[in-house]
Design a protein. Structure first.
Length: 759
């Protein structure tokens, strides 16, 4: 067996060994770790080649699990502790003037210097008394801080964004809440000085936020409208410093070096000088961009590729792809959790696959066919990256082909080079100003074109995941001439692909309490129809509806028919406007006068075979408070759930007096998030639930739920489940029974979804 083939096997074994970190529910225990290590050693000393490969797979898995375990140990050591730390500011602080984003690199903890592997990067948050300090911080400065370490905790819902996975992939596990700060060294680094210079030079430019994002990786000034535009036109990859931009920087360096070589004597003209300058330009750009993980990964891959070219190593495209991925994962196994890594690897794999399996005719390889070649490349990206788009972004832009055909050349060959030369010539203010103006004009032109394609964005459901691989299947089916082997193969494969779309579940109906932090949002659904009880909180620029509720509804392909508002507190009604914009034809019920249909005691209606009975309040109010919460019992004739909003003690007792046993339900939504104002023993005795579902944020300022209230539920032998601990909580109702599933425990149990830090 030749050595090249063996190297490919080794690379594949490393990837296969680290791949389980994507889906294993828990990391191996010390006993299991030792058993696997012993097995790997025995297989490694065996004579058989395949045994050695299995040993390498096991060793790769053990290496990945060891790296993950180190993160666990770091979390356990620092989480929820107030510590005195010293270190350097590594971000520029560009962003909102009120809330600039500051990232701090911890070099010492309680006067103990950390090793290189122990260093921690944390974003800093400031309270009212320390907020002014954030405006004084700049990259390169050294500070001593008194910081409360909070572990990153993600709201976890099906169809939502997984912040916890991203934090682990990027080794940014903590958020630091600054209590005190002392400046030790006020000198700032060159990058900060350059950012300030460019910031001042571009203040008058309309696309300043995008320019700074492309130049330095600082996205704090990018508007929400621009972010949405790039996402919905399939061009978001252009606005994040990644492999494309770093390759362009290397190309600019190469081109500049070749131009300089025209002044050299012939004997000094060679490839080494352009290669060194090219690599140096890429390295400089990565440093300027803040050396974020995606940029570092791309730079590592570029470095490996350039070394291969320099040495004249003849590897195939697939060999380069496979071996670079293996080296990256061996360097940092946590990269396997990175969406950007999967996007980059998927894009490169798609291009290699497309041009090998569906090549253009030979005569189209000439320069005069360059437009056709470019369109063909974009067609490949549109077809073969559909699975990644669906899985990661939960949507697809059918105008992405046209958007990228126009935007990629303009940004790649006009905007980015203008930015790079603007940075290089920043010492010459007049010349650099012209370059920044040119970059701004090119971006404004791109934005004007992209605005015409924004309506092409389509939100997709999880049913589409298998179907999204259809492009790959068609190419393979055609090139391998599978129809000639048997006519049944395509139909069998298509049946497998489409199975999730028509597979029927035995679930009769279900209730999903979404993890939205502090607030309440419950989805009651049967089939593809849904009713929403409360709409969560809202804050400046966004809401729980936009972040969690609407993505959940669309990911499941649900048609929202109605909204029930329990009362008018912001954490319950905050998302209603966004919901009504997304679903304008829904009906609305609330206990508030002149706000939709009534939700008063005695109201009752049937929906999808379920009975909705309103138990409280007695009369409507102009403004409904906690005491006026719309209490609803949902019943299918066998099982029931009681939804209580923020009902308080007096109203609970009034319900017990007037309704008594009619309150009995299998599941209770814990009143007022587990506050001391609610959940009286008398009320719990009347309802007699098996399970209490509590919507609460982990780090809320009211310290909910109350420990006394939790003990009250424990004493009543009522199972307590909270969104803070479990993420999304789903009650599945079947014909003869029901079950409760938590996101962390059952719906998507992953080692990186665990409850990190103290209880």
């Amino acid at each position: 067996m030749n050595s090249a083939f063996s190297v490919d096997h080794i690379a594949a074994a490393i990837i296969v060994g680290i791949l389980p970190l994507l889906f294993i529910p828990v990391l191996p225990s010390m006993v299991l770790w030792g058993c696997l290590a012993g097995t790997a050693i025995l297989l490694a000393i065996a004579k058989y080649y395949h045994a050695k490969l299995i040993a390498l797979i096991l060793l790769s898995f053990l290496w990945g699990s060891y790296c993950a375990e180190r993160l666990y140990q770091q979390i356990d050591h620092y989480s929820d502790k107030k510590l005195t730390v010293s270190g350097q500011v590594i971000s520029s602080g560009i962003g909102s003037e009120q809330f600039p984003k500051i990232v701090f690199r911890v070099l010492e903890v309680d006067d103990r210097k950390l090793s290189f592997l122990e260093r921690i990067d944390i974003p800093l948050y400031f309270n009212t008394s320390t907020r002014d300090i954030s405006n004084q911080m700049a990259a390169g400065q050294t500070w001593r801080l008194n910081v409360l370490f909070r572990v990153v905790h993600s709201q976890l819902n099906q169809g939502g964004y997984d912040k916890q996975r991203r934090a682990i992939a990027n080794h940014q596990l903590f958020i630091g809440y600054v209590k005190k700060a002392e400046l030790l060294d006020s000198s700032v680094d060159i990058r900060q000085k350059l950012i300030r210079r460019v910031y001042s030079a571009t203040t008058h430019l309309k696309s300043q936020g995008i320019l700074l994002a492309l130049a330095f990786g600082e996205r704090g000034l990018m508007t929400a409208e621009h972010r949405k535009l790039f996402l919905q036109t399939g061009t978001a990859h252009l606005m994040a410093i990644s492999g494309l931009h770093i390759s362009l920087a290397a190309l600019v360096g190469w081109t500049t070096a070749r131009m300089i070589q025209f002044t050299f004597p012939v004997r000094y003209i060679g490839l080494n000088f352009p290669q060194v300058i090219s690599w140096g330009t890429a390295a400089l750009y990565v440093w300027l961009s803040g050396a974020n993980p995606p940029a570092l990964r791309a730079f590592m891959a570029l470095t490996i590729w350039m070394i291969l070219r320099w040495r004249g190593t003849n590897w195939t495209a697939w060999q380069v792809w496979l071996r670079i991925i293996a080296m990256l994962l061996l360097f940092d196994p946590m990269m396997i959790l990175s969406d950007s890594l999967w996007l980059s690897c998927g894009a490169v794999a798609g291009l290699i696959f497309w041009f090998q399996w569906v090549p253009l005719p030979a005569y189209m390889h000439k320069r005069r066919w360059i437009i056709i070649q470019w369109a063909y490349l974009q067609l490949a990206m549109m077809i073969l990256l559909v699975p990644m788009q669906v899985i990661i972004f939960h949507g697809l832009s059918w105008t992405a082909l046209l958007s990228n055909l126009i935007a990629v050349p303009l940004v790649s060959f006009i905007t980015v080079p203008a930015i790079l030369f603007g940075l290089i010539l920043s010492g010459f203010s007049s010349l650099s100003s012209i370059l920044w103006w040119g970059a701004d004009q090119s971006l404004l032109f791109v934005l004007s074109l992209l605005n015409k394609f924004q309506d092409g964005w389509v939100m997709l459901t999880y049913h589409i995941i298998a179907i999204s691989f259809l492009g790959w299947f068609v190419v393979i089916y055609w090139r391998m001439s599978l129809w000639q082997s048997t006519r049944f193969i395509p139909w069998i494969l298509l049946a497998v692909i489409f199975f999730p779309a028509w597979n029927q579940s035995s679930i009769l109906w279900r209730v999903d309490m979404l993890d939205i932090g502090h607030g309440l949002a419950i989805v009651i659904r049967r089939g593809d129809q849904a009713i929403l009880y409360d709409t969560g909180n809202r804050w400046q620029g966004s809401s729980a509806a936009l972040r969690e509720i609407i993505p959940f509804l669309r990911w499941h392909g649900l048609t929202l028919e109605g909204i029930i508002i329990s009362h008018d507190d912001l954490d319950h009604i905050g998302g209603v406007e966004d919901i009504l914009i997304a679903y304008p034809n829904v009906w609305l019920r609330s206990p508030t006068t002149a706000k939709g249909l009534s939700c008063l005691q005695g109201d009752s209606w049937q929906w999808q075979g379920l009975t909705f009975s309103v138990l409280w309040p007695i009369k409507s109010k102009k403004r409904a408070y906690n005491a006026d919460s719309c209490v609803i019992r949902v019943d299918d004739g066998q099982h029931s759930i009681l939804l209580t909003g923020d009902l308080e003690r007096a109203q609970e007792l009034a319900l017990v007096r007037t309704l008594g046993s009619e309150l009995t339900s299998d599941i209770l939504q814990t009143p007022h998030h587990g506050s001391n104002t609610s959940s009286t023993a008398t009320f719990l005795q009347a309802v007699r639930p098996d399970v209490a579902l509590t919507s609460v944020a982990r780090f809320n300022r009211w310290r909910l739920p109350s420990e006394k209230v939790k003990k009250r539920y424990d004493d009543a032998e009522i199972k307590w489940i909270s969104t803070a601990k479990s993420g999304q909580v789903s009650a599945m109702f079947y014909k003869d029974y029901y079950e409760i599933l938590g996101f962390r425990e059952q719906l998507m149990p992953r080692w990186y979804h665990q409850w990190f830090g103290s209880l």
